[in-house]
Design a protein around this ligand. Structure first.
Ligand code: NAP
Ligand code: HSE
Length: 432
């Protein structure tokens, strides 16, 4: 190969990181792949925007066809985001026999299987390492490093923005809106941060992780998802007081043939390795039948870390080109999808309720729990300043989701219960 030509879709946070690495690490890249890499075209929305990296103005275009229909372009790097339009561009690029590298989890979580099939039918590679956990090579670790093992559990802090927000809120007592604005400024958040704070970005990443880890086609709608927008200062204080750290955790758990996947704010035992993952950092804790416990840690968002993952995929494509084996590495899922019922999903729970401070109120509450066979592990009762209202905080022993949701429904209908203030999953007291 004399050279490889790249078409870049997007020159924002990640695209600029790609250009920086292409420019600054050209010698290392040449050594890895044996030929120079030429950046041939860059697609943007605004041709006149000020850029954080130097790119020859003549390379910029608003016309995607100049990349996907250019016969000289070998690899398309998609870092512009979006779903429906982007899907069309990637399908067209693959049909034009171009290899594709993407950082787009929104797209891969929804259309991953369709795009991967199109890639292999066209003898092309479609790699997406940067779509989960930014700079951490987690997909390659699951697919290659743990190829022979059966994964039983994955727990991930896979959204940098929410981890940054929760860290700053609990450690520095900063306000939610203020920290979210900083995360946006630092380039961690999506252009519309709703997907970050509502847990959808993490759910997309867990869909990708669970599909690869369990070798099963998991769909985005299989992931029960809750974001961080309703977490209060009181929740963070109680969490600390009880020996936990509040994190947005994605959990993918397999019991025999059945799996569950979810994303929710979770009180994580301070002894769990994920509890020490702070700021925009991500980590994925993976348990396998043979390997036992492992944890992969690193920067989960930001231009250069994410671009490092993009570039590792590019090197992978180019090595395959040299060997003539493009389009052969994707392995289709081995197992039929089997999801656990709510009666089979077990966890401990934290519950904070306001109750009428009167004789017999507590007994009514405990009766509901005991009728469902759910016992308490920890309990606190504190009078509030408000007249006649007490706050009760409970951490349960393990309960099924079905039982727990029935308990919540019955508590809400009790006259002595003024309000169920908050409720979270509790994890990490026992490993695995
Ligand atoms: P970004 O900063 O908003 O950049 C998007 C780039 O794409 C911009 O250069 C924009 O052009 C261009 N663009 C957007 N829509 C376009 C369209 N319809 N036609 C032509 N150009 C278009 O986004 P980003 O943060 O780099 O993220 C890019 C992708 O990587 C997303 O899929 C994101 O989810 C994923 N990702 C991001 C991170 C991260 O830390 N930021 C980490 C992992 C994965 P202009 O510059 O002219 O506006
Ligand atoms: N908005 C994402 C995050 C970017 O905060 O994790 C990395 O995918």
């Amino acid at each position: 190969m004399k050279k490889i030509s790249i078409g870049l879709l997007g020159l924002g946070t990640v695209g600029s990181g790609v250009v920086t690495i292409l420019t600054n690490h050209q010698d290392k890249l040449m050594h890895q792949v044996g030929c120079p890499i030429e950046l041939k075209k860059v697609v943007v929305q605004d041709l006149h925007k000020e850029r954080s990296v130097e790119v020859d103005q003549s390379l910029l275009t608003k016309n995607v066809d100049e990349v996907i229909n250019d016969p000289e372009i070998d690899v398309v790097i998609e870092v512009m985001g979006g779903v429906e339009e982007t899907r069309k561009y990637i399908l067209a690029a693959l049909r034009n026999k171009k290899h594709v590298v993407t950082a787009n989890k929104d797209l891969m979580a929804l259309y991953g299987s369709e795009l991967l099939l199109e890639a292999s039918e066209n003898g092309c590679d479609l790699f997406y390492e940067a779509s989960v956990a930014g700079g951490i090579p987690i997909l390659r670790s699951l697919v290659d490093g743990l190829a022979s093992d059966r994964i039983t559990k994955m727990m991930g802090i896979v959204n940098g923005t929410t981890n940054f927000i929760l860290t700053k809120m609990s450690k520095d007592k900063r306000a939610y809106e203020d920290v979210l604005a900083e995360a946006q400024h630092l380039g961690y958040a999506e252009s519309d941060p709703t997907a970050d704070v509502e847990g959808l970005d993490a759910a997309r990443k867990m869909t990708i992780l669970a599909t690869l880890g369990f070798s099963m086609n998991i769909d985005l709608q299989d992931v029960r998802t809750q974001g961080i927008t309703t977490i209060t200062e009181e929740d963070l204080d109680y969490s600390k007081r009880l020996g936990y750290t509040m994190k947005l955790i994605g959990i993918a758990h397999r019991d025999g043939e059945k799996v569950e996947v979810s994303v929710q704010p979770t009180l994580l035992s301070e002894n769990h390795p994920l509890a020490a993952v702070n700021d925009e950092y991500n980590a994925v804790y993976v348990c396998g039948e043979a390997v036992g416990e492992t944890m992969f840690y690193g920067p989960g968002a930001g231009g250069l870390p994410t671009a490092t993952a993009v570039m590792s995929d590019l090197v992978g494509v180019m090595k395959n080109m040299r060997l003539g084996v493009n389009g052969l590495s994707a392995v289709s899922p081995q197992y039929e999808k089997k999801l656990k019922l709510d009666s089979e999903r077990y966890s401990k729970y934290f519950l904070r309720i306001h109750v009428q401070d009167q004789v017999g109120a507590f007994a009514k509450i405990t009766t509901i729990f005991s009728e469902h066979g759910v016992s308490f592990e920890k309990i606190l009762q504190l009078p509030l300043n408000k007249s006649n209202v007490a706050e009760i905080v409970i951490v349960t022993h393990r309960a099924s989701l079905k039982d727990y949701e029935e308990i919540l429904g019955q508590l809400e209908s009790l006259e002595v219960v003024k309000q169920v203030k908050s409720s979270y999953r509790v994890e990490g007291d026992e490993m695995q």
